[in-house]
Structure formats: structure tokens, C-alpha cells
Design a binder for this molecule. Structure first.
Ligand code: PRX
Length: 662
């Protein structure tokens, strides 16, 4: 289980360091003392961070860990999360500050002030109330990057309704699984979305997903593409409602109610090591505290001065914590962009940064590598001098991409914060502090003040400097997940069983300490792939493949990929009667499309190899390590535990004939 991607080992040969400039350090929100303060009294430290929020009722206890691994933070405290992200900024006289500079893919824009945001969120909350939504209910949201996605999330938060945001690229099948598991009563979607210059349907996806669904009573539809979308948007009378009619007619007055610090805020599904996605549950007070604290310190954000842009999608945790909750709690002015980075041209992001004078930019390594491929001459055409902090998230960033990012985007001086965290951790856990840390290309470096992380061996003992092992979090943190929706056993089993005696949370990642004790993340050590920063489980793709009538058996591995971090490579045995006619390119294409239909285009295998056998141990377990060797064009490793050692020769020989890429 502790196999790591060997390509990452060379990360550790990196020796360059980049201290912050004295000017940057002098003005930074986080100073070196922050570590000492947190070490001196962790709970007191977190209490101080929580005080940056507005509480209706103060807490009586910072942390209750007696029911571990189910944490309670800020026990007895009450707050309204949406009030903290919106109303309080209006109340403090900043109603005219722009909260969101929204940029539509076709070029339309909207600037939304905090006062307008308050009105929109209140109207949306009133609309949900008019449909009978109440605290504790679940509303599913499948929307592209339009302001209504943010209004909807905050309206839920305002009412104590849990949102369950489903990434727009997920198939009807994947959406349905997430709607059913969470028993969502309402879904919010759009008629269509602009993607790569074209209007593509969204509601049709939801309609297909909802066939026979039992819990959903209402579907609210934002009109985005209107007449640009070919064909009629189908309509179910009594169930479907246009957003502009329903929300447009509501009052902008709504008084937020305070909820318990542990009131559930949202569920967000993520891939696990089985085929069934896990509904990660986050609650209110601790989550918002850490999202706001990290956004303030890791990005050195200054309210009213910075223009911040996180390029994630609201369908992922990064969008939840670093587009919606963290930045808005901190009264950020931020850019939200609807489209793809190369529509209508490959300089789109730089054009937006130049126009809005973006000063903090947070993106994923896969996109940085894509920009590298497109060429440094593209960003060079734009004025990027406003940029002062750059962030990276989602996967290990290779030193080459890190240096390119610093040189070509950050003018050789903007500090880069490589932030490690997960859907489960809710907020950033390991990262440099931009005014404190001498950054190292490729390393997330050390746990933030107030957070404790360790690299341990299988024996749970911390490894020494220079040593590698598994990353664990050995102390509870405010924004930690509070469970897997409806499945406490799975929660314990997935995260807390590996080091049950020590009470460590096992993150699923391999890591190393360098000679200075800095942490280098080395990728997942379980059956979870990371493709362009998206988590996809091998089992999920395998189940999709075997659900196709021609497939008898399938094994899926994540293979190193220069752009996407990992690419999905599938080894498939066809059913006897399908073999003759379907072994060619057509069969492979059909299978790739089938996976896209079952899960979504992000899960489409990069490569599918049709094979006669799969390498299995005598007990029948597929040896993915060997398949990964093949997929990464390496000499195949030790085959002595295989039931039939000639299998690997056959597979290697077939590698070039059965290949399919696009
Ligand atoms: O393997 C780690 C990788 O992404 C996983 C979490 O994925 P997800 O829950 O989708 O959240 C992504 C955005 C927070 C982790 O287990 N990962 C995330 N950030 C980094 C990373 N790997 C290396 N370096 C990072 N900075």
C-alpha cells in the first residue's frame, strides 16, 4: 500500500530556496511569532482565530474531543455563516465594496458589491423558504461558475440548509448518486453553460438524473444560455421553476438566524477507494474559522486592497473554502471567471489579471503546466505587475513548473504558497507563510500554526529528516470533516483505523522530510488517482468499465502524466463473444465514452489496453504496481508473486498495439 510514484523522488534533489523580501515580510499578516503563539496554547490560538468572526453566542469550550474521531469545536457557540460572509461587511460600512468581479466566458461581466450580494443572498434564501426548505434539509446545486452558484450556497448557509454542490462536469448517473445519498429535496441548476465558446446543456443532465428520483420536489433553473442553446429546455410543470421568476419576486429582507457552531454546513462528495463516493460533512464554526484564518495568512490577504482570484470551480472543495467561505468572510474583492483558460485565446487569464489588477492568484499545477506548454510569450504580452502572491493546490507541483510560475507569472519575486490539504481537511493544512518561509520549489514545507502533521512509518513512529512514509494529522483541527454522510463506520474505517492506537488521521498521502525537516508530498498511496487535481478512484472507473456489456474485467491505474499529474490507464479483458469484433480502436473509443457517460468526462481513461489476462497474485488480487510499471513505460518490477508470471510479457507486448490517446 505504500507504493509511491517514483517520478517524484527527484523532487528531493531540489535545493533552491527563496526567502521573502524584507518589504514583503514587513507588511505580512503572518509573522514568525504566529508559530510560537500556536505552540504555546493551541486552543487559545484557535479561539483567537475564531474571534475574527462575528458570533451571536460565545462558545463555552474551544474543543471537545471526547467523542473522537467526532470533534466538536467552539462548543455552545452560535453564529450565522452567511451573515459572517456578507451582512457584517455591509454593517461595517463596506456595502459599496465589490465582492465579486464576475467575468462570463463570452465576455459579459457583472460587478457585485457586498450590499448587492446581501440582497441576492437574502432573496435566494426567501425563495428557498417559499419552497418549504428548512434547517437541516439538503439542497443540491449543479451550476457552472456563475454568481448564482455563490448566492445559492450562501442562501443555504443562511438558512441552516446543507448544500451539496455537484461539479457541473459530472454525469447524470454521478449526480443522481449524490442526490439520492444526501436525500436532496431541491436542485438548483441552469439551462446551459458556455464552455469553449459554445452553449452546452446543463438542465438536460439534471432531467436525466432525476428520472425516478424520489426525494427531489423542485428544480430551480437559472437562465444563462437562453436562446443560444439549441433546442428547447424541457420543463416539468409543478417541479421546475425559473430562478429569475422565483428569486426575482422575493423580498431582499431576510433576518439570519444563528445556528450552533456544529450545525452542518455542507456535504461534498469525493472519491474514496471504493466505487461509492463519500459525502464529506463539514460544519459551521470551526470550518469558517479555519477557512478565514488560512485565507488571511497564507495569501496575506488585505481586505479592501487586494484583488484575489482562485481559479477553482465551486464544485470542488477549493471553490467552497477559497472562493466562497474564506475570502468572503475576510471581505475579499475577488474575480470569478465562468469559462476555460483558452477561450477565446490562451491569454485569457492574464487579460483578466491585467484588467482587474489581480494581486493574489491561486491555481492548480496542471494549469501551470498547461500555460508552460502554451508558451511564456503569452503572459509576457500582459501587465501582471499587480500580482504579489501566487498559490498552488491539488497535487504536488514539480520544481520546473514552480520556477516557471515564479519567473513568468510572479516576475521572479512573488512568493509561491504550495498549499496541501483535502476535501476532508476543509482548509489548508500544510503551506509556507509568504512573509515568513523561505520557499522551496516543490515542497509544501510545514504545517501551519495551529496544525500538526507528521510523516510516520508503518509502525506509526515519526521518520527522521531525510526519511519517507505516510502523512498523518496527529491533532484535531477546526475545519476537519465531521464524518461521512450517513456512514460513521466508513468514516472511522477510512481515516482512523490505520493508526487507531495513536489516534492519527491518515490522509492517504505519502510524504518525506528533507534535511531541514520540511515536508514534501509524494502523491496518494491508496487506490485514488489525481488527474488534473481531481480525485478519482480506480474502483469507480473499473466499475464503470465493467458495466459495459463487452467488458469482462478491468483494472485501472494512475500513470504519471506530464500535464495532468496522473492519467487514467485502463487494462480491460473483453467478454469472449466481444473479443473478435471489438478489439480495435472502435471498441476502445466506445469504452472511453462509456466511462465519460457513467462518471463524467474527467474520468475518461487516457489509454485503454485490451488484454487477455491481468496480473494477479495467487489469492486473486490484481497487482496494480506492475500495471503501473507498464503504463509508465518502466521495466516491470518483481513478478515472483504472480500466479502466472508470463502475463506481464503478454501485456507489455500488447502495449503499443492497443493504445489509444487523444
Ligand atoms: O493527494 C493530495 C492532493 O490532493 C488530495 C486531496 O484531493 P481533494 O480532496 O480533491 O482536494 C484537492 C484540493 C485541496 C490530497 O490527498 N493534494 C492536494 N494539495 C496538494 C496535494 N498533493 C501535493 N501537494 C499539494 N499542495
Amino acid at each position: 500500500m505504500t507504493e509511491q510514484s517514483p517520478g517524484l523522488d527527484n523532487l528531493l534533489n531540489e535545493v533552491r530556496t527563496f526567502p521573502p523580501s524584507t518589504d514583503f515580510a514587513a507588511q505580512a499578516n503572518a509573522k514568525p511569532e504566529l508559530y510560537d503563539e500556536a505552540d504555546a496554547d493551541r486552543e487559545q490560538f484557535w479561539a483567537k482565530q475564531a474571534e475574527r468572526l462575528d458570533w451571536d453566542t460565545p462558545w463555552t469550550q474551544v474543543l471537545d474531543w471526547t467523542d473522537a474521531p467526532f470533534a466538536k469545536w467552539f462548543v455552545g457557540g452560535k453564529l450565522n455563516v452567511a451573515y459572517n460572509c456578507v451582512d457584517r461587511h455591509v454593517d461595517s460600512g463596506h456595502g459599496d465594496q465589490v465582492a465579486i468581479h464576475w467575468v462570463g466566458e463570452p465576455g459579459d461581466t457583472r460587478d457585485i458589491t457586498y450590499a448587492q450580494l446581501k440582497d441576492e443572498v437574502s432573496k435566494t434564501a426567501n425563495a428557498l423558504l417559499s419552497l418549504g426548505a428548512k434547517a437541516g434539509d439538503v439542497v443540491a446545486i449543479q451550476l457552472q461558475m456563475i454568481p448564482e452558484a455563490i448566492f445559492a450556497m450562501l442562501a443555504c448557509a443562511r438558512l441552516g440548509v446543507l448544500h451539496n454542490v455537484v461539479f457541473g462536469g459530472f454525469s447524470p448517473h454521478a449526480l443522481r448518486a449524490r442526490v439520492d445519498d444526501a436525500a436532496a429535496k431541491i436542485i438548483i441548476t441552469s439551462d446551459g453553460q458556455y464552455r469553449r465558446g459554445k452553449a452546452a446543456p446543463m438542465k438536460a443532465n439534471v432531467d436525466e438524473a432525476l428520472e425516478g428520483a424520489e426525494t427531489v420536489e423542485k428544480v430551480i433553473v437559472v437562465r444563462r444560455t437562453g436562446s443560444d442553446l439549441e433546442g428547447e429546455v424541457s420543463w416539468t410543470e409543478g417541479r421546475d421553476l425559473w430562478w429569475h421568476e422565483l428569486v426575482g419576486g422575493q423580498s431582499a429582507e431576510h433576518t439570519p438566524e444563528a445556528f450552533d457552531a456544529e450545525h452542518p454546513l455542507f456535504i461534498l462528495y469525493t472519491s474514496g477507494t471504493t466505487g461509492k463516493p463519500k459525502g464529506i460533512l463539514h460544519t459551521s464554526g470551526g470550518y469558517l474559522t479555519q477557512a478565514a484564518y488560512t485565507h488571511h495568512n497564507v495569501f496575506d490577504h488585505k481586505a479592501g486592497e487586494d484583488v484575489y482570484w482562485c481559479t477553482a470551480d465551486v464544485g470542488w472543495i477549493t471553490g467552497h473554502s477559497y472562493i466562497v467561505y474564506g475570502p468572503l468572510a475576510n471581505r475579499a474583492t475577488q474575480v470569478v471567471y465562468e469559462g476555460t483558460p483558452n477561450t477565446p485565446h490562451e491569454g485569457r487569464h492574464w487579460e483578466i489579471i491585467q484588467k482587474y489588477k489581480v494581486s493574489i492568484y491561486y491555481t492548480a499545477p496542471t494549469l501551470i503546466r498547461t500555460f508552460m506548454k502554451w508558451g511564456a510569450e503569452i503572459p509576457e504580452k500582459y501587465d501582471l505587475t499587480s500580482l504579489r502572491v501566487l498559490g498552488s493546490v491539488g497535487e504536488p507541483i514539480n520544481p520546473e513548473a514552480w520556477i516557471w510560475y515564479r519567473e513568468h507569472i510572479g516576475a521572479g519575486k512573488a512568493p509561491i504558497v504550495d498549499t496541501w490539504w483535502q476535501t476532508e481537511t476543509g482548509a489548508i493544512m500544510i503551506s509556507p507563510l509568504p512573509g515568513v518561509t523561505s520557499t522551496k520549489p516543490g515542497s509544501a514545507q510545514r504545517a501551519l500554526p495551529g496544525i500538526s502533521a507528521k510523516v510516520v512509518g508503518d509502525d506509526a513512529k515519526e521518520v527522521g529528516n531525510g526519511g519517507g512514509g505516510l502523512l498523518v494529522l496527529d491533532k484535531p483541527w477546526p475545519s476537519m470533516l465531521r464524518g461521512i454522510w450517513g456512514d460513521n463506520d466508513r468514516y472511522r474505517e477510512t481515516y482512523w483505523s490505520r493508526f487507531a492506537d495513536q489516534g492519527f488521521y491518515f490522509a492517504g498521502d505519502g510524504a518525506k522530510y528533507d534535511a531541514d525537516g520540511d515536508i514534501w508530498l509524494l502523491g496518494r498511496v491508496d487506490d485514488v488517482m489525481n488527474v488534473s487535481g481531481h480525485r478519482i478512484s480506480t474502483t469507480e472507473v473499473e466499475s464503470a468499465l465493467v458495466s459495459h456489456p463487452t467488458v469482462a474485467e478491468a483494472a485501472v491505474v494512475g500513470a504519471a502524466d506530464a500535464t495532468t499529474g496522473q492519467g487514467i490507464v485502463a487494462f480491460v479483458i473483453l467478454r469472449g463473444n466481444a473479443g473478435a469484433s471489438a478489439s480495435g480502436e472502435e471498441a476502445v473509443q466506445a469504452l472511453r465514452n462509456h466511462v465519460a457517460k457513467e462518471i463524467g468526462p474527467i474520468a475518461k481513461p487516457r489509454q485503454i489496453l485490451i488484454v487477455q489476462e491481468l496480473p494477479k497474485t495467487r489469492s486473486g488480487k490484481i497487482m496494480r504496481r506492475l500495471l503501473r510499471d507498464v503504463a509508465e513505460n518502466r521495466q516491470v518490477g518483481d513478478v515472483t508473486t504472480l500466479a502466472d508470471s508470463s502475463v506481464m510479457d503478454l501485456i507489455s507486448a500488447g502495449l503499443n498495439s492497443g493504445k489509444s490517446e487523444d
